[in-house]
Design a protein around this ligand. Structure first.
Ligand code: NAD
Ligand code: ZN
Length: 261
């Protein structure tokens, strides 16, 4: 059994020699920013019914819509104040090192961009919660604006232009993923030389195909996740620890190795 330090050292070696790195992230990369994941010990599914997160329920049931807006404004998932943690900054560092080929994320919190990763390098497979969209005329509203409306004690926000129904601009269960984003993510993951998974149980598809594509394309695979993942057997390096503690150490060590060459 190798020690944590040895795994970190091996991961740093892979980072230091890689040229095109895809970082694939899930809710676990943001728990250290105070945003709950779905399946962890304090996960959202302990308090909410996953059924209520389907698009059909949202469209058909005003009580479910109200629950969503409460959840986003005063409840568990008000993301407007959330700040990146050391894992997000470590990923941004990879871009500065000229090694980042893309961040493919299941997250809807925008924290990779807040940490400094370029907009065009972040592929948000499940959309994002920075905006809501009118389902009739497609006008988009910043979530901050909607949160202000909700403070005025309205049950459900409506489009200011056409009174249409608004929906948070994230992908709900039962909705299609954004096609172009998915295609570009697949293309890049198939041609990367290293894929680093941070904080994902890798059970949600098609998102979890991304590290599989990377592996099929011959890339090395590092998985950093607290608890087991579906692809542990494929990983070249598997680290069971907090992403915010381990990732910066790997990046710093990789930089030291590069300086020493
Ligand atoms: P998940 O909840 O299925 O898995 C998260 C994994 O991260 C778990 O295995 C958990 O043990 C691990 N984890 C928790 N904290 C960690 C830490 N500090 N370091 C390392 N690992 C940690 O989440 P998922 O696989 O991303 O997929 C579920 C869905 O959740 C996605 O569709 C995503 O859109 C959505 N989601 C996103 C956010 C967000 O944007 N921050 C929050 C909740 C859910
Ligand atoms: Zn409208």
């Amino acid at each position: 059994m190798e020690s944590m330090q040895q795994y970190i050292e091996q991961a740093a070696e892979l980072v230091s020699t890689a040229e095109r790195i895809i970082v694939f992230t899930g809710a676990g990369v943001s728990t250290e920013s105070g945003i709950p994941d779905f399946r962890g010990p304090d996960g959202i599914w302990r308090k909410y019914d996953p059924e209520d997160f389907t698009i059909d329920k949202f469209l058909s049931d005003s009580k479910v819509r109200k629950m969503h807006w409460d959840f986003l404004t005063t409840g568990g998932l008000n993301l407007t104040q959330a700040q990146p943690n050391p894992a997000h900054y470590a990923v941004a560092e990879l871009e500065k090192m000229g090694k980042l080929y893309g961040v493919v994320t299941q997250n809807v919190d925008g924290l990779h961009q807040k940490a400094g990763v370029s907009e065009n390098m972040v592929f948000q497979l499940h959309g994002d919660l920075s905006h809501a969209k009118c389902l009739s005329c497609t006008k988009r509203y910043p979530m901050e604006e909607i949160i202000e409306w909700m403070k005025k004690d309205i049950d459900e926000p409506k489009c200011g232009e056409c009174s249409g129904m608004l929906k948070p601009d994230a992908v709900f269960f039962g909705e299609q993923l954004p096609w172009g984003v998915l295609m570009e993510s697949e293309k890049r993951s198939r041609s990367c030389d290293l894929c680093i998974v941070l904080g994902s149980s890798l059970v949600v598809y098609p998102a979890a195909l991304i590290p599989r594509y990377a592996h099929q394309g011959g890339a090395k695979l590092i998985i950093i996740n607290m608890g087991p993942t579906e692809l542990d057997r494929m990983a070249d390096i598997r680290i069971d620890a907090k992403a915010g503690e381990v990732t910066p150490k790997i990046i710093e060590m990789a930089k030291a190795k590069m300086r020493a060459r």
